[in-house]
Write a protein that binds this ligand. Structure first.
Ligand code: NAD
Ligand code: DEZ
Length: 383
């Protein structure tokens, strides 16, 4: 059995080595010729999986080791009887931790000692937005949820606000899929009007998909007065992103919010499970068995620790988005092609980033409130 796979999928041999022969190819430039003889196709988010790629091939199973599926023509796969599987939620915690680290930096930039005084509007409350909401609510933030498809379902006990209401929060963070044909399409959902409603005291984060914000409207907005602070992890036309936009936003990262090692390995594991089921094979491997010891395993705080400082230090010890921001800015020179290649290189060669759960926090004589905050974020405590 031939498995053609994006070379950026981690642990291909460990998970799939005994299922078939693995042929690694570039996900970004994968061609019909490269997949024609494959039985199984494994991709990440950068491969357009459609008729053009697969017509006439032997492929019977397509797995994407990602949450997002906007790169896959699912209707066509279904018509062809090709089984499709994605990895919902695999890196949701990674994205939630990305947003928490950004919030900690933003609170500091604003001179706020207590970060939980920020109100946060979460737009798209699925696996990512839901995980983020749980953490923020436990940390005491005022959280507003905006999710019209869920609101339509009339879920009992769940309150949702409109996009307009969500855009009034101190922080607005976008976690929707990119859709064009749904009842509530998200393509360019945040355009001129929404951007004009934001002001200098607000932060806008996009860690969903680039096309959810109209980037021409955003560039125009950033050229006016009373500008909001903007953090972009996702961009229109990746990898050929707009260098001017990189210049204008506060933090610019190369679509890596979900790139914790845990998130990536869980994505591979979920597709291994789905493929095993498809082929009628037993599931014998687990992501946990392949995770190495983290480089940083323990931090201690004593009763002298200030709560806000301790959280800031621990969060940034795990992940500091400023490092990714600097790498992206440094890569923004040269021609369009060179910049695009550099964007992809930053993602391919992404350093190992571990989630907060890999770091044990030792607390001696600290307050209950600090312990609760660490637990809410997802750290393991040793008291
Ligand atoms: N930056 C990254 O690295 C990264 C990582 C993971 C996922 N993502 C992106 O984030 C998206 C969300 O991930 P998820 O796991 O939460 O997906 P999900 O499917 O679990 O949740 C998406 C939510 O968005 C809601 N939604 C749809 N249309 C909406 C609209 N118009 N307004 C508001 N809400 C709307 C849905 O009802 C759903 O609840 C993915 O589709 C992917 O594109 C990005
Ligand atoms: O949809 C997802 O899961 C994320 O956007 C994912 O992190 C994308 O990573 P990529 O497949 O581009 O490496």
């Amino acid at each position: 059995m031939l498995i053609v796979a994006d070379e950026n999928i981690p642990l291909l041999d460990s998970f799939f080595g005994d299922i078939g022969e693995i042929r690694r190819v570039s996900g970004r430039s994968m061609t019909a010729g490269e997949v024609r003889a494959a039985d199984i196709l494994l991709v990440r988010s950068v491969t357009r999986v459609n008729r053009e790629l697969l017509e006439g091939s032997r492929v019977r199973f397509v797995g994407t080791t990602t949450i997002g599926t906007d790169h896959v023509d699912r209707d066509w796969l279904e018509q062809q009887g090709i089984r499709f599987s994605a990895a919902p939620g695999c890196n949701a915690n990674s994205v939630a931790e990305y947003v928490l680290s950004v919030l900690s930096l933003y609170a500091e930039k604003r001179g706020l000692i207590d970060w939980s005084r920020l109100s946060v509007g979460i737009v798209g409350v699925g696996n990512v937005g839901g995980e983020l909401a749980r953490k923020l609510e436990r940390l005491g933030f005022d959280v507003r949820l905006c999710d019209p498809p869920r609101a339509d379902l009339g879920e009992e006990g769940q309150e949702f606000v409109s996009l307009e209401e969500a855009m009034k929060c101190d922080v607005v963070t976008l976690h929707t899929p990119l859709t064009r044909e749904s009842n509530h399409p998200t393509f360019h959902m945040v355009g001129e009007q929404e951007l004009d409603s934001l002001g200098a005291g607000q932060l806008l984060i996009n860690a969903g998909r680039g096309g959810v914000i109209d980037s021409s409207a955003l560039l125009a907005r950033l050229g006016k007065s009373n500008v909001p602070t903007v953090v972009l992890d996702v961009w229109e036309q990746e990898p050929r992103i707009h260098p001017e936009l990189v210049d204008q936003v506060w933090l610019a990262t190369p679509h890596i919010a979900g790139h914790s090692l845990e998130g990536k390995v869980q994505g591979t594991e979920m597709i291994y499970q789905a493929l095993s089921q498809f082929l009628g094979l037993p599931v014998r491997k687990k992501a946990g068995q392949f995770l190495p010891e983290p480089a940083l395993s323990k931090i201690s705080f004593t009763s002298s620790a200030e709560e806000e400082d301790a959280i800031r230090i621990a969060l940034r010890a795990c992940y500091d988005p400023r490092r990714d921001d600097i790498r992206l800015r440094n890569a923004m020179s040269g021609s369009v092609e060179e910049r695009g290649a550099a964007f992809d290189r930053l993602r391919r060669d992404y350093p190992v980033r571990r989630e907060c759960s890999s770091l044990k926090i030792q607390l001696k004589g600290t307050s209950k409130s600090l312990q609760d905050s660490f637990r809410a974020i997802g750290f393991k405590l040793k008291i």
